[in-house]
Write a protein that binds this ligand. Sequence first.
Ligand code: NAD
Length: 312
Amino acid sequence: QNGACKTVLAGSIAKSLLAEVQEGLKTIDRPPRLYGFLANKDPAARMYADWTAKTCKENGFDFILKEVEREDLEDEIRSANNDDDADGMIVYYPVFDSTRDRTLQWTVNMYKDVEGLSPQLISNMYQNIRFLDPPTNLKKSILPCTPLAVIKILEHLHIYNTFLDYGKRLFGRRITVINRSEVVGRPLAALLANDGAEVYSVDVTGVQHFSRGSGLRNQKHEVRDMEGWGLEQCLPISEVVISGVPGDKYKVPTNLIREGAVCINFSSEKNFNPDVKEKASIYVPAIGKVTIVILLRNLLRIVQNRPSTNAP
Ligand code: NAD
């Protein structure tokens, strides 16, 4: 039986974003160059690095992989900060797999940070400050890759209503995000709420509600704890369900998902059961390919944001 659900693969969304990136490349005079720092033996990190290299090569970006000892990494980052040859850099985490990794994130110059993890960029994101150069507002702040990938997917699927003004295009949408990690789930919930959505952010400790309030009266989102709430309360009222729980055990209960919901999985494992297609209107089983394109898009934006005095 052919259900009504459309399965949308990340590759097809990545392709349309790449076309936009290609247009942007025409406006600059040399290929942007990305340094990738690999200082661990994690096979997932190696795969991500290989994948970055391949995507860069296929799309006219320069990628230089720097394999370094982890004790040397901080100095390496500092020297790349001052190296005109590197337009941007990415560090493959985890390096120390402790809070020490945060020191590495803080060492990356924010004008070279394609991952959007610098303190100023993170602070801009949570405060809904979208430009680096107010009030001129020509230079957009850089957003973290995976949350931005999810947003670009929602735009592609027309969950963002372009009839509404920029910054309010999710007004009226209710979205559940299962995962509240500092790298993906919490920034994603904040970004969606800043764009006008009501977001239910779910993790092992419970549910939080992210919203700009009635009529979007607040300039940025506010967060409150939803005592006694669980998926039983969130899923039946959510038009969009985004899940990113690590491990292969976790499954979003299909019976709670709202009829016709849009379901997006960003976990490396499958968080949705195959029967999700009997409930969902759109199912996106993985997003990795979009994330890599966002990396290139961020790099391009960094080059375009550069003060003209530093231009080559
Ligand atoms: P993490 O371990 O830091 O965070 C996991 C989050 O899931 C936490 O908020 C935790 O509370 C929550 N969680 C765990 N079990 C839960 C449960 N039963 N119910 C509700 N919430 C639960 O992981 P992370 O770095 O956020 O990565 C999560 C997943 O996303 C991983 O599989 C990772 O590989 C993947 N990932 C994908 C991309 C991509 O671009 N596709 C990028 C980054 C991470």
